[in-house]
Design a binder for this molecule. Structure first.
Ligand SMILES: NC(=O)c1ccc[n+]([C@@H]2O[C@H](COP(=O)([O-])OP(=O)(O)OC[C@H]3O[C@@H](n4cnc5c(N)ncnc54)[C@H](OP(=O)(O)O)[C@@H]3O)[C@@H](O)[C@H]2O)c1
Length: 341
């Protein structure tokens, strides 16, 4: 059994971690924190938890949390806030799974450019493992500090990783057209996310400037062993959760669909949460939402020189909290799917 603290328990991802761990046979939630004015029972914030977990959600005070003999901390906090707490828990020998972007980008300059702030804990970057189990399972097994991937990067990277790893992609720019539900932006009140703005609407945002682009570039370049050029455009769609990404990849030679599907199935043969759709089928948000799966379907352009890959994830599960628990399972030596099916 491992004792767990969840910092940021009143946010969307913190709430999902609580719900997953309540059905996890090896996890004991000991501490919940938020930025509340005064401590309050978590079931007052989320009535669905009444009778399931009785903890009071408290202020985030590291020394207080350490007294509760915790083994692992989930940081479901905004970026910048996370970096300070991650370093303090790591210094105390605790396992940390950080859902923020603070330790995902290995290039500090890229972090500072896209997140608009100084990285004041860059010495810790070398210790963090990018927590995408489909690419880094062995490193995750050996680490105590996991930088959980972003939601858009999870859907985008998984969509094209086999083509880069197996050298099937040409060197052209890879295009990602991604659409997300509103929970991707967190639970705080923001004008552009209220019902009146989002309902019956569809918009592109942060075009050419989104902070997830360098994360996708970093990981695809690592996979390919050379710099990969991408274009990434996110859209906000009027649904609560789910991300559908369409990726366009030029292939280095004419291909047939069955050979591409074989390539994907072989690459993901040890990935319990990646589901490759059979020829002629593509994933939809409804198939995947509320699960920890990434669904992937592939089509070919009529000249058979471009792959059009559609991936779907639930941004709060495979794109955040489900993946965080998957990483916990791998790092703690539990079955990878424990609590997640
Ligand atoms: N939402 C997604 O789909 C998604 C996917 C992947 C990664 N992420 C990342 O995961 C992290 C959490 O996201 P979220 O969507 O759960 O955000 P959220 O809904 O806005 O929740 C943030 C949580 O952090 C707490 N918090 C905020 N400022 C704090 C401070 N200064 N000190 C202590 N606690 C503070 C909040 O407490 P109060 O409620 O009291 O304010 C809340 O519990 C973010 O870094 C986000 O980028 C999110």
């Amino acid at each position: 059994m491992i004792n767990i603290a969840i910092c940021g328990a009143t946010g969307y991802t913190g709430y999902e971690i609580i719900k997953i761990l309540l059905r996890h046979p090896k996890a004991d939630i000991r501490v919940l924190t938020a930025k509340l004015d005064k401590p309050a029972k978590i079931s007052e914030e989320f009535p669905e938890l009444k009778g399931k977990i009785d903890l009071v959600c408290e202020e985030l005070v590291v020394n207080h949390i350490l007294k509760k003999k915790i083994d692992l901390v989930f940081l479901a906090l905004p970026h910048r806030i996370s970096m300070e707490y991650a370093s303090r828990f790591i210094n105390k020998g605790k396992m940390v799974i950080d859902l923020s972007a603070d330790f995902r980008l290995k290039d500090v300059k890229e972090y500072e450019r896209y997140y608009g702030q100084k990285h004041i804990y860059k010495d810790y970057l070398a210790q963090s493992v990018y927590g995408l189990p489909e690419l880094y399972k062995d490193s995750i097994k050996r680490t105590r500090f996991i930088a959980n991937p972003g939601c858009y990067p999870t859907g985008s990277i998984l969509a094209v990783a086999p083509l880069l790893a197996k050298k099937r992609a040409a060197k052209d720019t890879i295009i990602f057209d991604a659409k997300s539900g509103t929970t991707g932006a967190g639970r705080k009140a923001v004008l552009g996310l209220i019902f009146g703005e989002v309902a019956e609407n569809l918009k592109a945002y942060k075009v050419g400037t989104h902070q997830h682009a360098p994360e996708i570039t970093q990981e695809l370049s690592n996979l390919a062993g050379k710099k990969i050029d991408i274009l990434f455009t996110p859209h906000l769609v009027p649904i609560r959760r789910g991300i559908l990404t369409t990726a366009y990849v030029s292939l280095n030679k004419k291909s047939d669909l069955s050979s591409l599907l074989r390539c994907y199935k072989s690459f993901y043969q040890n990935a319990p949460f990646v589901k490759i759709y059979d020829e002629g089928l593509l994933p939809q948000v409804h198939d995947i939402v509320n699960t920890n799966y990434c669904g992937i379907g592939i089509a070919l352009s009529s000249d058979k020189k471009k792959a059009i890959v559609v991936s779907v994830i639930d941004n709060l599960l495979k794109g955040a909290s489900g993946q965080a628990v998957q990483n916990m399972n791998i790092a703690c030596g539990f079955p990878e799917t424990m609590g997640l099916e």
